[in-house]
Design a protein around this ligand. Sequence first.
Ligand SMILES: C[S@@+](CC[C@H](N)C(=O)[O-])C[C@H]1O[C@@H](n2cnc3c(N)ncnc32)[C@H](O)[C@@H]1O
Length: 219
Amino acid sequence: MANWDKIYKAFNKKDESWQDMNDGVVPCCFIEGISPLFVEFVSKTNFKDSYVFDIGCGKGQYLNYLASLGFKVDGIDFSETSVAMTKEVLGLKVGNIKQADMFNMKIIPNKYDLIISIRTINHGFKKDLQKLVNEIYTALMDGGKTFITIPDKKCLKTWRTFKEHKMLDKNTAIPLIGPEKDIPHSFYDKVELEKMFAKFSKLEMKKDESGQWIVISTK
Ligand SMILES: C[S@@+](CC[C@H](N)C(=O)[O-])C[C@H]1O[C@@H](n2cnc3c(N)ncnc32)[C@H](O)[C@@H]1O
């Protein structure tokens, strides 16, 4: 399993261990700020309970933004350091933030009216992703929504991180340089994603500025 904790620890120290591992490639977990498309989505949507679960919460900036709007916030990340960073940024607004592997976890059924995952669920093999999408469906209350980003297969050609890579399967590859070196990443086309989210009642897909699909769907 990928050592995400090592990435966060090295970044926080910003010493030579970080210089050694980044090869000039800053991983996308350190992109600051909230996507304007996310801000627009939240402002246009009516939430019944305003209760969100974040898969791969990273440094906690998305949960912190939602907490500032009054959401109750839960989430998981594989890295203990990321979990600690999220708890720190949330302070008193913290909900249930835990270390977990998204491909081996259970989320409480029918609980959330929003499940988000930004730049995360493509970190693995395609065979595991359908199971996770089914788990997300179960965890949403009726009418609950997703905002999930997943890279299009064109990103494999355009992303700097994949300038040098090794294919493991069709549209699944590991980068050979940078902090996410050796971490499998999967890339998708629209038809594959439509199939994966077929259970959901409404599906809206658009691309963000980095070529990732944003999957907004409703249970
Ligand atoms: C590129 S970062 C994105 C973080 C955050 N969502 C953001 O947009 O800033 C990917 C995150 O996914 C987490 N992650 C990767 N594989 C995971 C897994 N199997 N289970 C849980 N979290 C995982 C990493 O630890 C990392 O925090």
